[in-house]
Design a protein around this ligand. Sequence first.
Ligand code: SF4
Length: 88
Amino acid sequence: MAYRITDGCVKCGCCELVCPNHAIREGEGTYVINPDRCTECVGAYRSSKCAEICPVEVPGPDPGRVEGREALLHKWRSLHAGETSRSS
Ligand code: SF4
């Protein structure tokens, strides 16, 4: 499932820098994750980089966007045509 950033974001911006899919942008009052670009880092890494680097631990799975690993990998491939997955 895609990740989302919940209340408590301190807008440090570190998540935007580590996202392999350019899914994170600064919004009004918080950073936001584009669910159409978030693959839980599947395809690039074995763990979710935004969640790892966040100092206040606000990125987390969005229960409203449940997707299996194959769907996430398919999304990653559509975003990175011609690239080879590093996490499968
Ligand atoms: Fe980007 Fe990975 Fe966070 Fe999704 S989980 S927004 S792909 S860094």
